[in-house]
Design a protein around this ligand. Sequence first.
Ligand code: ADP
Ligand code: ADP
Length: 229
Amino acid sequence: HPVVDLSGVSKSYGDLAALRSADLVIHHGELLAVVGPSGSGKSTLLNIMGTLDRPSEGKVRIGGHDIDELRDRDLSALRAATIGFVFQQFHLAPGIPALDSVADGLLYSGRPRAERRELAERALRRVGLGLRLYHEPHQLSGGEKQRVAIARAVLGDPPLLLADEPTGALDSRSGAVVMELLHELQEAGTTVVVITHDRDIAALLPREVRLKDGRIEHDSAVGAAAGEL
Ligand code: ADP
Ligand code: ADP
């Protein structure tokens, strides 16, 4: 089954249709961009894919589970096991060394402290921060902070990583490093969705889903499939 399977998904806020009848299938190991201008529905779509929000209409399946059939508590468990989140702002607590920030992602996992720290160290090495384990946020560059946040998001090896404007707060060089890291995660088997308003970033990714006024106006995967017929 696909990692994400949305069928006829709409989301309204009062009279405003933020997302209109979206169909979107994302398979294991894909790397794609959801691109569109501000207000086009990217965050709404991310919140639904991330099971943070339920749709007003339509079917949402995540990892083969129909979220209609899950109570909030079971949905939280599915989210914790399946989805890592990365945001534009890095959300790192001031004064906390990178190793602890990452290890704290496993605080409620039932694993002993030594194991949490060992896994965190491995995740930080994986994002190229093996020499920054004890640095605090104010000692790290923006790109390094984002890599700490990515290490925390992938610590439990979630099959799906949702990244909301991950390069939005970075200069272009640090942004390129972060995009390269997302490519590496994909090569290692993670499904990665990048939300961006930046068409140049979207164009670097293998698949592009374009949103306009709450509608998917173009999906390069669907376009390619139709072209092959
Ligand atoms: P984007 O992420 O592309 O900027 P959003 O998904 O945040 O777009 O927003 C899509 C539309 O839905 C916008 O018009 C926005 O103002 C509206 N919207 C988003 N979230 C809410 C909300 N919680 N309540 C009311 N309107 C919302
Ligand atoms: P972005 O485009 O980066 O998502 P936004 O400013 O559109 O930033 O949205 C930030 C948050 O505010 C989102 O969680 C979104 O759901 C919410 N939001 C956006 N527009 C509205 C709105 N008109 N009313 C209430 N909440 C909104």
